[in-house]
Design a protein around this ligand. Structure first.
Ligand SMILES: Nc1ncnc2c1ncn2[C@@H]1O[C@H](COP(=O)(O)OP(=O)(O)O)[C@@H](O)[C@H]1O
Ligand SMILES: [Mg+2]
Length: 225
């Protein structure tokens, strides 16, 4: 038996000071194991993005720590944090965060550029992900030439292409119509099963919660699972 691939321990984050002080996360603790899809569900402003951003090591908590695949990402050096985000973590940003001057296929291939894969294998994997998210006819388009839903699918494909052990997805179906949302969440869930990924997905979409192994509620920065 191996330990959890994602471990979040007593995580707290406060933004601002004085009258602008907001406690965004209050002692959040959770674990996600290999092959498990966990959904964190809560209203707007409840702390979902804060939780995922901290879990990805993109920001530091005021208290607590996060481990990905056994490595402490909280307080890691810049080099080690960057390595963990590149090799261990896949992140679907709520705002997509695509590179504007790259095509859909080039955006998706990006995480593989830093890998040791041969160019041919990189292209094959990229093509596989482009097809899997239904963007075969749009692979040469840049983000500004795509709809919000297409951009969201690029963001999901880019987060999965390097087969990360830990997947963090922030509202990955928010911009999608229900049919596309359901195909994206199916793709995500199948990927998690096939590759034994640990996935933490923020969403208030019921079709996403239906595919989850566990649903954790978040309210005012507090988890209730
Ligand atoms: N950078 C920030 N500076 C100040 N307050 C923030 C910042 N990011 C988030 N917040 C506040 O923290 C709380 C949680 O936000 P967030 O994690 O984005 O929630 P959710 O993703 O569930 O909508 C909200 O009250 C939000 O206004
Ligand atoms: Mg959010």
């Amino acid at each position: 038996m191996t330990g959890p691939l994602l471990r979040v321990e007593a995580l707290s984050r406060v933004y601002g000071t004085g009258s602008a002080r907001t406690v965004a996360l209050r002692g959040a603790t959770l674990e996600v194991r290999a092959g498990e899809l966990v959904v964190v569900r809560g209203p707007s402003g409840s702390g979902k993005t804060t939780l995922l951003t901290l879990a990805a090591g993109l920001d530091d908590p005021d208290e607590g720590a996060v481990w990905v695949d056994g490595a402490k990402i909280t307080g890691a050096t810049e080099t080690e944090g960057a390595r963990l985000r590149r090799e261990v973590v896949g992140f679907v940003d709520q705002e997509f965060a695509l590179v504007p001057f790259l095509t859909a296929a080039e955006n998706i291939e990006l995480p593989l550029r830093a890998s040791r894969l041969a160019a041919r294998e990189r292209r094959a994997r990229t093509r596989e992900m482009v097809d899997a998210v239904g963007l075969s006819d749009h692979s040469a388009q840049r983000p500004e030439e795509m709809s919000g839903g297409q951009q969201q699918r690029v963001a999901v494909a880019r987060a999965l292409v390097h087969r990360p052990r830990v997947l963090l997805a922030d509202e990955p179906t928010a911009q999608l119509d229900s049919a596309t949302a359901s195909s994206v969440i199916s793709l995500l869930a199948e990927h998690v099963r096939r590759h034994g990924t640990a996935a933490l997905v923020a969403s208030h979409d019921t079709s996403v919660a239906e595919r989850a192994d566990r649903v954790i509620e978040i309210h005012d920065g507090r988890l209730r699972g």
